[in-house]
Design a protein around this ligand. Structure first.
Ligand code: SF4
Length: 533
């Protein structure tokens, strides 16, 4: 039964509010209603969803016998208005807690639980990594946590020749995690790992072999995340030579043994409930295919990273926009998602309308200002010489780059008052093959990994990725200012590391979360600001 009608703007608009079906909670989901805060307990995903009174009234009305209209009527009897009851049932459908909703994703999750289809490792075919020996990671990264085997191996090292000054000293120190747990990390001396040699090389690697290093050092910069469609192994983009290291060496797809230590690590499934927009929470299974479309499009070197990111934001908006009037049925959200995914790509790649440029540039400028304040907060909160002084250093380096970004945005918004040279100097660097290549590979890895979400939120993550692009390019331009009109590859690498690291700090993430509603406008203007279409 079709309940939709097409409208002139191509969006689906629906003529019916419900489609006949009998809602029932999914087999693994039970309603716990034994205290003041009712909750849905999902045994499949091992999570509990606390319900507000409106959602609780709808969930209580679902008994597996009433049809959808009767469920809504029962929720209204319990005090809800009809629109609230409709929204409540739609929310439960989007969370895939109703039988039949998100069937394909639920089938994958069940297979994962049963071990019938243990997720296989997935890497992007072009993915490579080969250390370029800069030694920067041993100075700027968190040096742990170490596992018991790491600590044992380090304790067994004969340091009498390689590091005689460390004989008898502890190589590790305990750091507290936000959850209160304490874990061992390599000790830092003068801001760097105490095992690093003066020339920047790893002393353990040089004198005792690569296998003697802690696992975290051997795996850097690879990370993994367990998803319902497999274990995604990706480059977290923190190498200071990302432009070279991510293109060097054998493809990881051809050397799967390099992935084994990662695969042996935690197999905890990552399948959050995603804040897709200010109005909608949804099971991750509705967001993942949208992200995958962007990952696929990043592979085409005819598409620039800022445009791919904007297209992703537009697809998210198209999907959440379709949800507003979606008829209540288990398959409706999935069908709306398929409709967005099947919409010709060109529709999401049209240039920004001129009237959207100024609001977009204003939104970017407001976020750049808030990030500058967040930099000051980091500089105030982390004293000199603290174990996290690398965070201080990144915040200190980020500030002038944000100043460049703000200046350029001001020039774009008020060109009559901006000196010509500012506009020229600012925009020239971004549109080069090197910048294009770095940003495209960075975005593809970031989306394939964990960076499509910030604290389980989509829009803050897209905004953060927009700033990764801006900071990468303008940090390079800032470093190379006065030398040429093009940013050098070294400058892009430094800019990229600065962007990825600094914009992951908690105060910066908070800025993106608070600015989430500005993300769609900001992303509209991004390609223009970076001088792409
Ligand atoms: S053990 Fe080696 S690779 Fe690891 S942080 Fe120290 S110097 Fe760097």
């Amino acid at each position: 039964m079709s309940a939709r009608a097409l409208t002139l703007d191509g969006r689906r608009r629906y003529t019916r509010e419900t489609v006949a079906f009998v809602p029932a909670l999914r087999t693994e989901v039970s309603l716990r209603n034994d205290d003041a805060a009712p909750a849905l307990v999902d045994a499949l995903l091992g999570r509990e969803l606390r319900l507000d009174p409106a959602l609780a009234a709808v969930a209580l009305a679902i008994d597996g016998r009433r049809d959808v209209d009767d469920v809504l009527a029962a929720a209204c009897t319990a005090g809800l208005t009809r629109p609230l009851a409709v929204r409540g049932l739609r929310a439960l459908l989007l969370l895939n807690v109703i039988e039949g909703a998100g069937d394909a994703v639920i089938a994958s999750l069940r297979a994962f639980r049963d071990g019938l289809d243990l997720p296989r490792g997935r890497v992007l075919p072009e993915m490579r990594f080969e250390c370029q020996g800069s030694g920067s990671c041993c100075q700027t990264l968190s040096l742990g946590p170490l596992d018991a085997a790491d600590v044992e191996r380090l304790a067994a090292l004969d340091l009498s020749k390689s590091h005689p000054h460390l004989v008898g000293q502890s190589l590790t120190e305990l750091h507290a995690h936000p959850d209160g747990r304490r874990a061992p990390y390599l000790r830092r001396v003068d801001g760097r790992c105490l095992l690093q040699l003066d020339d920047g090389r790893c002393g353990v690697h040089v004198h005792h072999g690569a296998a003697a290093k802690p696992l975290t050092c051997r795996l850097f910069p690879l990370e993994h995340v367990v998803r319902y469609d497999g274990v995604h192994v990706y480059d977290r983009g923190e190498c200071s030579r990302f432009g070279a290291s991510s293109k060097a060496g054998e493809p990881l797809a051809r050397t799967p043994q390099r992935l084994l230590p990662l695969m042996a690590q935690t197999r905890r499934l990552d399948h959050p409930i995603v804040q897709l927009s200010p109005s909608y929470l949804a099971d991750f299974g509705y967001y993942a295919p949208l992200v995958q479309s962007a990952v696929d499009e990043c592979a085409a070197d005819t598409l620039a990273a800022p445009e791919v990111l904007r297209a992703l934001a537009r697809r998210v908006a198209a999907f959440t926009g379709a949800l507003d009037g979606l008829p209540l049925s288990p398959g409706a959200a999935g069908a709306a998602l398929q409709h967005v995914l099947a919409t010709p790509r060109a529709r999401f790649y049209v240039p920004c309308r001129p009237e959207n440029l100024v609001p977009g540039a204003r939104a970017l400028r407001a976020v750049a200002e808030a990030l500058t304040v967040a930099c000051d907060r980091v500089l105030e909160q982390i004293p000199e010489g603290h174990g996290q002084s690398w965070a201080r250093d990144f915040a200190r380096r980020l500030k002038p780059v944000l100043h460049v970004v703000r200046t350029l945005l001001a020039a774009l918004l008020e060109p009559q008052s901006a000196p010509e040279r500012i506009i020229d100097a600012g925009f020239l660097s971004a549109d080069t093959p090197e910048a294009h290549d770095t940003l495209r590979r960075s975005l593809r890895q970031a989306l394939f990994g964990r960076q499509a979400l910030v604290d389980d939120r989509a829009l803050p993550a897209l905004l953060r990725l927009a700033f990764v692009q801006l900071v990468t390019v303008y940090a390079a331009r800032h470093r190379d200012a006065g030398e040429a009109s093009r940013a050098s590859i070294g400058g892009l690498d430094e800019g990229h590391q600065l962007a990825v690291r600094a914009l992951s700090l908690d105060p910066m993430r908070q800025v993106f979360i608070e600015a989430a509603e500005a993300a769609p406008a900001a992303l509209e203007a991004l390609p223009y600001v970076l001088r792409w279409r």
